[in-house]
Design a protein around this ligand. Structure first.
Ligand code: DX5
Ligand code: ZN
Length: 216
């Protein structure tokens, strides 16, 4: 059975004790943390910037999965790369030369991902799969943790799985939004490789148990 990557989203952590919260999920067995960057323009929330990534980088060796929900990723991605991101994912809905941005991110030595909002079809990004390290399927509207999982996103995961396997692309499928012990197994069955989970992990009494329950 393949190993599923669990990426706790620190958007649901306590920002006053971020180092401690990251430490808890690291000790609980997580290998990645998911960092949601929202600019109040692309999506309706304002979260964190490169300074937080830089400060956290000093406290942990975890893989930093940075999800840019911002209108101009081409202007800001380098700040996150310098701050210590390991993977930078931007949105397919932004107006920029996506192929070039993917190339630039990869040339800088970090992995590159692209994300699709619930209303964006897989066909919008299929032409980019060959040069991507990861595709992130949003299963809630971007903005906030704690929203319910959108079941009708499952066919997108299945379509991507087929395409990636048929073409032997080296691209992970990550799912973000509403992941708990029930929705995680549906996603894994559909072909997910990595699962983001915020409120389910950080509101759990035992985060280690919560993390374990996601990859069963
Ligand atoms: C939503 C973010 C998600 C969010 C997931 O805009 O991209 O990463 O933190 O939170 P949960 O797991 O609570 O849905
Ligand atoms: Zn996210």
């Amino acid at each position: 059975m393949k190993k599923i990557v669990i990426a706790p989203s620190i958007l649901s952590a306590n920002f006053a004790t971020l180092e401690r919260d990251v430490n808890i999920v690291e000790k609980a067995g997580a290998k990645w943390i998911h960092i949601d960057v929202i600019d109040g323009h692309f999506a309706p929330n304002i979260t964190m910037g490169p300074a937080i990534v830089k400060a956290l980088r000093k406290t942990t060796k975890l893989f930093f999965d940075v999800h840019l929900m911002i209108t101009s990723p081409e202007k800001y991605w380098q700040d996150f790369q310098k701050a210590g991101a390991n993977l930078i994912t931007f949105h397919s809905e932004v107006q920029t030369d996506k192929r070039k941005l993917i190339e630039n991110i990869k040339t800088s030595g970090v992995k590159a991902g692209i994300s699709i909002k619930p209303k964006t079809p897989v066909s919008d990004i299929e032409g980019l799969l060959s040069c991507l390290d990861l595709v992130l399927v949003m299963t809630v509207e971007p903005g906030f943790g704690g929203q319910p999982f959108m079941n009708d996103m499952i066919p997108k995961i299945e379509t991507l799985r087929k395409n990636i396997d048929q073409n032997n692309y080296n691209c992970l499928i990550e799912i973000d939004g509403g992941i708990n012990s029930q929705t995680s197994s549906i996603c894994i069955q559909a072909g997910a490789d990595a699962l983001v989970s915020g409120s389910y992990i950080f509101s759990a009494e035992n985060p280690a148990e919560a993390i374990k329950s996601l990859s069963l």
